[in-house]
Design a protein around this ligand. Structure first.
Ligand code: NAD
Length: 498
C-alpha cells in the first residue's frame, strides 16, 4: 500500500521553490520546469529555472564569498559547518528521503539509505579533512637552480576557486553531497545546478546549508535545464572548475565548452560494468547479488552490473536463478514499502529502455525474462537476456534500466578481452573463492574500481571514478578532496650553502 505523504513533505512540495544566490532565496527568472512524480506521471511541483543573468549573479556571489569571510574561514570552522550539515541531514532523513522518492521514483528505504549512509557520511568524512589540508617542505637539490645557494621549498594547497557542479537525477542527495562536501572542505565556493528531472532534493540542501550557518555565497543553488544553464556554466569565464556527473555524451560537450578559460574538469560518467562469476563462487550469495547489481534503482545507477559474465559450468543455473529473482521483484511506487523496483525517471526513458529489449532480441539474444511496461507511471519490469555476445549493442551501450545482458565464458583471456571491450571502465566485480584468481582478474579489469565477492562496495573513504569514457578524475576519499585543491610552491632563498 502506498504510504501517505508526510505533512512536512507536503508543505515543502506545495511551497514556493526558489534559487539560493548569495545567501538569498530568489525566484527563478528562467523557463518553468514541471516536476513529475515518475510513479504516477502526475505533476509534483513547478520550479523556475535560473536565467543566464542569475547564473552570473551566482558566480559573482561565489567569487565574492572567496574574497570575503568564506575565503578567510579556517579549516576548523569549515569542518564545523560540514559536521553540522551531516547532523541536519540525519535529522531530516525522512523528509529528504520522501522528497527524493517522489522526485525520482526510487524506493523509499533506498532513498533514506542514500541520505543517511551516503549524503550524511560524506559531509562527516570531509568535515574531518578540512583541518588536514597541508603541503610539504623540502630542500631542492639544485638550490632553486642557483649553484651555491641553499633553498627551502614550502608547498601550500589552495582551493581551486569557484566550482560549477552539475548533477544527475538518479540519486540527488548522494550526488549533491558528493559535490558539496569535498569542495566546501577544500574552501572552494560552489554554484550547483540540480537536474531538471529531479530538482527538489537539492533545494532542501540549500535550506540546510543556511541553517548550518554556511556563509552567503559559499554555496549557491540553481535549477535549470542542461542545454541552457548547464551549458552556460561549462562555458562560464568566472567558473574555475566544473565537477560533472552524468552521461558520457554530455561529459564530452562539457569538455568542449570548458576550453574557453581552460577550466579544470572532473567527470563521473556512464558505465557498462561486468559482474564475473567463476564456478567456485558461493552461488547462493551470487544470485541475489548479481540481480541487485543490475536492478538496484531500476538499473538507473552508473555502476550497474549490467553485463553478467558466467563461467560455462554454472551459466544455466545462475542465469535462471537471477531471472527467477528478478521475476519475483515487486514493481511499483517507491512510496509502497513492498516495492523493490521503482519506476524509470520519465516516459522518454521508458521508451528508450523498452527499445533495448527489442534491440536485444533482434540481435539474437534470448529473453529468459522480458521486461514489460505498465502505467500510468513509468514502470518497466526486469529483463534478463542470455546468448549475448561481445559487440552486440545490448552488451556495449549503457541502457540505464533494468536490462541484464548475460555472457558465457570459459577462457580467461577471451573473458578479459570482452570485459574490457566497451568504451566504459567504471566498476566491476569478481566472484570466486580463489583469492589468487580474484586478484589476478581484478588487476586485469580496466576500471576505476573492482570489488571481490561484492559489487559496488562504496564508502566515503574509497576513491571512485572511471577509466576511459567513464570519466576523468576520482571522487570520494582523499583524491576527491585533492581535485578541489591546487598546489603553490614557495621557494625561499636561505643564502649561500654552508
Ligand atoms: P545527463 O548527462 O543527461 O544529465 C546530467 C546533468 O547534466 C543534468 O543536470 C543535466 O541538466 C546536465 N546537462 C545536460 N546537458 C548539458 C549540457 N549540454 N551542458 C551542461 N550540462 C548539461 O545524465 P542523466 O540522464 O541526468 O544521468 C544519467 C547518466 O549519469 C548515466 O549515464 C549515468 O551512468 C551517469 N551517472 C554517472 C555517475 C558516476 O559516478 N560515474 C553517477 C550517476 C550517474
Amino acid at each position: 500500500m502506498i504510504a501517505p505523504i508526510d505533512a512536512a513533505t507536503r508543505e515543502f512540495l506545495d511551497g514556493q521553490h526558489a534559487l539560493l544566490i548569495g545567501g538569498e532565496w530568489t525566484a527563478g527568472e528562467g523557463r518553468e520546469i514541471v516536476v513529475e512524480n515518475p510513479a504516477s506521471g502526475a505533476q509534483l511541483a513547478t520550479v523556475n529555472a535560473a536565467s543566464l543573468g542569475q547564473l552570473d549573479d551566482a558566480v559573482a556571489a561565489a567569487r565574492q564569498a572567496l574574497r570575503g569571510p568564506w575565503g578567510r574561514t579556517s579549516g576548523r570552522d569549515r569542518g564545523v559547518i560540514l559536521a553540522r550539515m551531516a547532523d541536519l541531514i540525519e535529522r531530516d532523513a525522512d523528509l529528504l528521503g520522501e522528497v527524493m522518492t517522489l522526485d525520482n521514483g526510487s524506493p523509499l528505504e533506498s532513498s533514506k539509505m542514500v541520505v543517511r549512509h551516503l549524503a550524511a557520511e560524506l559531509f562527516r568524512y570531509y568535515a574531518g579533512w578540512a583541518t588536514k589540508i597541508a603541503g610539504e617542505s623540502f630542500q631542492p637539490s639544485l638550490g632553486g637552480g642557483r649553484a651555491g645557494l641553499d633553498f627551502l621549498v614550502a608547498t601550500v594547497r589552495e582551493p581551486v576557486g569557484v566550482v560549477g557542479a552539475i548533477v544527475p537525477w538518479n540519486a540527488p542527495a548522494g550526488m549533491i553531497a558528493l559535490k558539496m562536501a569535498p569542495a566546501l572542505a577544500a574552501g572552494c565556493a560552489l554554484v550547483l545546478k540540480t537536474a531538471e528531472l529531479a530538482p527538489l532534493t537539492g533545494e532542501l540542501f540549500g535550506r540546510l546549508w543556511v541553517e548550518a550557518g554556511g556563509p552567503p555565497g559559499a554555496f549557491n543553488l540553481l535549477h535549470g535545464y542542461g542545454e541552457d544553464i548547464g551549458a552556460a556554466m561549462a562555458a562560464h569565464e568566472g567558473i574555475d572548475k566544473i565537477a560533472f556527473t552524468g552521461s558520457t555524451a554530455v561529459g564530452r560537450k562539457i569538455v568542449e565548452a570548458a576550453t574557453g578559460n581552460l577550466k579544470r574538469v572532473t567527470l563521473e560518467l556512464g558505465g557498462k560494468s561486468p559482474v564475473i562469476v567463476f564456478p567456485d563462487a558461493d552461488l547462493d550469495a551470487v544470485i541475489p547479488a548479481a540481480a541487485m547489481a543490475c536492478f538496484l534503482s531500476t538499473g538507473q545507477q552508473c555502476m550497474a552490473g549490467s553485463r553478467l559474465f558466467l563461467h560455462a559450468d554454472i551459466h544455466d543455473q545462475v542465469a535462471q536463478g537471477v531471472a527467477d529473482f528478478a521475476a519475483a521483484m515487486t514493481v511499483g511506487d517507491g512510496m509502497d514499502p513492498a516495492t523493490t523496483l521503482g519506476p524509470l525517471i520519465s516516459a522518454r526513458h521508458k521508451a528508450r529502455v523498452l527499445d533495448y529489449t527489442v534491440v536485444a532480441r533482434a540481435e539474437g539474444a534470448t529473453a529468459l525474462l522480458c521486461g514489460e511496461a505498465t502505467g500510468p507511471g513509468h514502470f518497466v519490469s526486469p529483463s534478463v537476456f542470455t546468448g549475448v555476445t561481445a559487440g552486440m549493442r545490448i552488451e556495449q551501450e549503457e541502457v540505464f534500466g533494468p536490462v541484464l545482458a548475460v555472457l558465457k565464458f570459459d577462457d580467461e583471456d577471451a573473458l578479459i578481452s570482452a570485459v574490457n571491450g566497451t568504451p566504459y571502465g567504471l566498476s566491476g566485480s569478481v566472484w570466486t573463492q580463489d583469492i589468487t584468481r580474484a586478484l589476478r582478474i581484478a588487476k586485469r579489469v580496466d576500471s576505476g574500481q573492482v570489488a571481490i565477492n561484492a559489487h559496488a562496495a562504496m564508502s566515503a573513504e574509497t576513491p571512485f571514478g572511471g577509466n576511459r569514457q567513464s570519466g576523468w578524475g576520482r571522487e570520494f576519499g582523499r583524491e576527491g578532496l585533492d581535485s578541489y585543491l591546487k598546489t603553490k610552491a614557495i621557494s625561499i632563498n636561505l643564502g649561500p650553502k654552508t
